[in-house]
Design a protein around this ligand. Sequence first.
Ligand code: ZN
Length: 81
Amino acid sequence: MNKAYIVKCKCGGMVAAVMDNPNHKEDTAKEVAGCIQAGYTVERVDCEVVRNTEWCKCKPQKSKGTLPLNDGSSSPERSRI
Ligand SMILES: [Zn+2]
């Protein structure tokens, strides 16, 4: 069974998923570390779980080519200002 890292928002939705590919271990580790630093929860799960997890609905999806809106709700930086 393939494994993946699932990046979760506070709402419980998924904001990203990174396949745990042994050939790209360093890239995966970097990606995961970056997500944790950004304040997201990262879990290691079966790929099957990724397919069954709802996407986060806090932000508009990137697929429409719109710029990501920063409404501050997901920005850990804001609390320091
Ligand atoms: Zn969310």
